[in-house]
Design a protein around this ligand. Sequence first.
Ligand SMILES: [Fe+2]
Length: 291
Amino acid sequence: MPITIRQIHPVFVGELSGIDARKPLAPEEVQVVDAGMAKFAVLVLPDQKLTDEQQMAFTRYFGTIEDARGGNITKPQDRRLATGMNDVSNLTKDGSPLARDNRQRLFNLGNMLWHSDSSFRVIPAKYSLLSARIVNPKGGNTEFADMRAGYDALDEETKHEIDDLVCEHSLMYSRGSLGFLDYSDEEKVMFKPVLQRLVRQHPVNGRKSLYLSSHAGAIVGMPMPEARILLRELTEHATQPKFVYVHHWRPNDLVIWDNRQTMHRVRRFDESQPRDMRRTTVAGDGSTLAT
Ligand SMILES: [Fe+2]
């Protein structure tokens, strides 16, 4: 069966068919997916009923699986999934929804802010692959913004002004904006801010993107309030409805996005009911400062 990609949003996002993610891929098939990712930035693969092992094996065709350490506050003994899997569910190890005041749950609410995965890491993520195992009955859509379209639509003066700016990203900035302010000394070291370019160029298609994220909380050489206002204004610009695709999850959807040219956020859902979503992440291949 040939691989086909049908664009499902005016500016980006393709629905891909003709691949069974449970089975080995030929090098040409990997190339088609990579080319589709460069072009569409988000690919939706419906009807991919995966185990964690199958999801990790599929992910490895696109690079190394990112080391998830340093990206959350979940204690090792509370982890529900194996190393290599990012748990973005609302579930405890015994499968019940996390309590309302659970610290892990409150921290994970930061995923409802616009962000790019792992922008708080020195080497941020390339792709993320999210598999819908249990879809919540109410809400929980994931929204994606095309950051290339956002950059392209800026006026020339703004592009010139921001082209060489460097931001500080940290999980403490995104969570701090929600009032989540208490961290252990160990967490403060783990979440130390890292530097990222505000405008980055895609290594395959050469297009420039706004590299924004709610993890960005400061700009090097700029007073903090001025930086925050600029970041907020750019984020509002880049997340206008015309640049945003809303994904309504169906069970066994697999959605892949390129963190180098998109942002995303999840919307509120019924936290009394399970939402079991499992992410694998392809590691990036360098600092944004080097490009
Ligand atoms: Fe995310």
